[in-house]
Design a protein around this ligand. Structure first.
Ligand code: FES
Ligand code: FE2
Length: 359
């Protein structure tokens, strides 16, 4: 596996940001084991409905807080009470802030008995945790996915699991600058415009081109604004047969290995009439088309070698600029103002708008 240090990304092995760690249905009052960021973690849902993510191993003697079936604490259903989690080994109980609040056989509770916890947000049927190599609170918000989850007339996504890939996430983020792959991989044709805009923790890709099959009339131009918010969340509002909203996200499991999901929400009517089963089926089929387009990228990633220094030609997109932007998430916050100054701005790879308007 090619690692963050091989790409010379910065001081940290894993980036700062919001990361998807599962779907809402996976978080229940039975704690589950997870592995992300090279760490064993545990996720559970408190009685209030709030989801929590903590380190997996109890500070007392190192028992795993989720991987147990035979302890009486597990059998008696005492693992999660209120918002707290109890260890199956000796029954120490930890509150939502991670502090130990009860030891069944001792009034003395040491201060060091504290589980590491992570900020968690649940949104649009998915669970997200904030990972920060410096252990700080979030410095940007989890996106609200266009607000479409609760919008009348929209069919919610049912996420596609795209697999655990042995590829560093930088090679996925490279796609933002990858002007040259749209024709061979995705079936684009007749490019009109391609540009990237960098704004602090966000990078946009502005795209206008024809397409072999996706457009209704052969001369139609597909116009897309696609953006990353932080190192792991791609979103795009798309117009087409239906208006739709795409989300692609990837979370590091180990340094150089990621878990990838894809989802599409589809507007099937204006919200004034009910969404029929036929419309739901049409939305699912539309999502499948989007998944297949993304799977074209995934197949490349699954089979390529790591690329530390692209052999760039002048007509390629700005891989280097995207990589410079991406490095901010692997470096301490004190460096952010300088790094933003260096990467912010608009880079136009191709602009034929004037000539195509004249034609
Ligand atoms: S190891 Fe968890 S309570 Fe002892
Ligand atoms: Fe792509």
């Amino acid at each position: 596996m090619a690692k963050s240090s091989d790409y010379r990304l910065g001081e940290f092995d894993f980036p700062r940001g919001w990361f998807m760690v599962g779907e809402s249905a996976e978080a229940t009052r039975t704690p589950v084991a997870m592995r992300y960021f090279g760490q064993d973690l545990v996720m559970y849902r408190g009685e209030s409905g709030q989801v929590y993510v903590t380190e997996a191993y109890c500070p007392h003697m190192g028992a795993h807080l989720a991987n147990n079936t035979t302890s009486y604490i597990v059998r008696d259903g005492e693992q999660v009470e209120g918002e707290s989690i109890r260890c199956p080994f000796h029954g120490w109980q930890y509150g939502p802030d991670g502090a130990c609040k009860n030891i069944p056989y001792s009034d003395f509770v040491p201060k060091a008995a504290k589980l590491k916890t992570f900020p968690v947000t649940e949104r649009a049927g998915t669970i997200w945790m904030w990972y920060d190599p410096e252990g700080l609170e979030p410095n940007f918000d989890l996106p609200n996915f266009g607000g479409h989850w609760d919008e009348p007339g929209w069919v919610r996504w049912r996420l596609d699991f795209m697999g655990d890939l042995n590829i560093h996430p930088i090679e996925v983020v490279d796609n933002m600058a990858d002007f040259g792959h749209f024709v061979p991989i995705h079936g684009a044709k007749d490019f009109v415009y391609f540009a990237n805009e960098f704004k602090d923790h966000i990078v946009h890709q502005y795209y206008a081109a024809g397409h072999r099959t996706l457009v209704q009339n052969p001369d139609d131009v597909l116009t897309l604004d696609t953006w990353y918010t932080g190192p792991s969340i791609l979103q795009s509002e798309m117009e087409g047969t239906f208006d739709s909203f795409i989300m692609i996200t990837h979370t590091p499991i180990e340094d150089g290995k990621i878990r990838v999901w894809h989802g599409l929400m589809v507007q099937v009517n204006d919200g004034s009439s009910p969404i029929t089963d036929e419309l739901r089926a049409a939305a699912a089929e539309y999502q499948e088309g989007s998944r297949l387009a993304f799977a074209q990228d995934v197949e490349i990633w699954q089979n390529k070698r790591a690329c530390f220094n692209p052999l760039v030609i002048p007509n390629d997109g700005p891989y280097g600029k995207v990589r410079t932007w991406y490095k901010q998430f692997y470096n301490p916050r004190e460096k952010l103002p300088d790094m933003h100054k260096r990467s912010n701005g608009l880079h136009v790879t191709l602009d034929k708008r004037a000539s195509s308007a004249a034609a």
